[in-house]
Design a protein. Structure first.
Length: 256
């Protein structure tokens, strides 16, 4: 009897244990992982769930390229330094500021604001000396152009004309200057045996009473009335490149 009671008790305990285990397994189903946005259980280490895959933004940088301005290109600049045939001496330095950007094949090589450097020169060419004999003249040579980024480029150029940059008087003086340059400037240049420039305006009328002539690496300005040549600051200068100018240029960013 005692043995039978013991076996019955063991059987009852086994049945109770099996039932408890069955209930525990049914309460946790596979695949019941927390959904995005669900609250983490207290004391858990919740990790942020990324939403979508952000696309990296492409960035472009402008690469520097080498470009060239062809010989024969005309460039406009304005004098920073006043010049005078009475007070300026050979060797005196002067500067001028580029008024309009000069483009190469496809990029701006010499931007507006670049600085032209030159010097007052002696007319050492016999042909030029004959042209300037007994005349008040101012001779200049160009040395280089300094870009805003510090690049210094050798500059071989010819002075084409000196011009008025006062926009208020440009139209009024244009006709007068053409007549005067045509009747006097050409005569002076022809008598001197050189080619004077009497072309139309670049950024204002040519200064009245003055004629220009070419010389190696620069040019000269003479007064057709026999007076001193005075070129105040902001006088416009048109110069033509004798040799190509090559520089490192930065392409403009593409249009959005």
């Amino acid at each position: 009897m005692r043995r039978a009671a013991t076996l019955a008790l063991l059987a009852l305990l086994t049945a109770v244990a099996v039932q408890a285990q069955s209930q525990t397994g049914s309460s946790t189903q596979p695949g019941s992982a927390a959904q995005p946005g669900a609250s983490a259980p207290p004391g858990g280490n919740a990790q942020p769930v990324p939403v979508g895959n952000p696309t990296p933004v492409a960035t472009t940088t402008s690469a520097a390229v080498t470009d060239q301005i062809a010989a024969g290109t005309e460039i406009r600049a304005t004098l920073d330094t006043p010049l005078s045939s009475k007070t300026s001496k050979p060797g005196d330095r002067f500067t001028a500021t580029i008024a309009d950007p000069a483009r190469g094949t496809s990029n701006v090589v010499i931007p507006a604001g670049a600085r032209v450097e030159g010097e007052v020169a002696e007319a050492d060419d016999s042909k030029t000396m004959a042209a300037l004999k007994d005349k008040n003249a101012l001779s200049v040579r160009f040395r280089d152009v300094v870009l805003p980024d510090g690049q210094t480029l050798p500059l071989s150029a010819t002075l084409i004309s000196v011009n008025n940059t006062n926009g208020m008087n440009t139209r009024k003086n244009d006709a007068e200057s053409r007549v005067q340059q045509g009747s006097r400037g050409r005569d002076v240049a022809r008598d001197a045996g050189v080619a004077g420039n009497v072309a139309g305006t670049a950024f204002g009328a040519p200064l009245k009473g003055l004629a220009t002539g070419a010389m190696a690496g620069g040019g000269y300005v003479l007064d057709t009335k026999g007076k001193d040549v005075n070129l105040p600051a902001q006088t416009g200068m048109v110069i033509r490149l004798d040799q190509p100018v090559t520089a490192t240029a930065t392409p403009a960013p593409p249009q959005q």
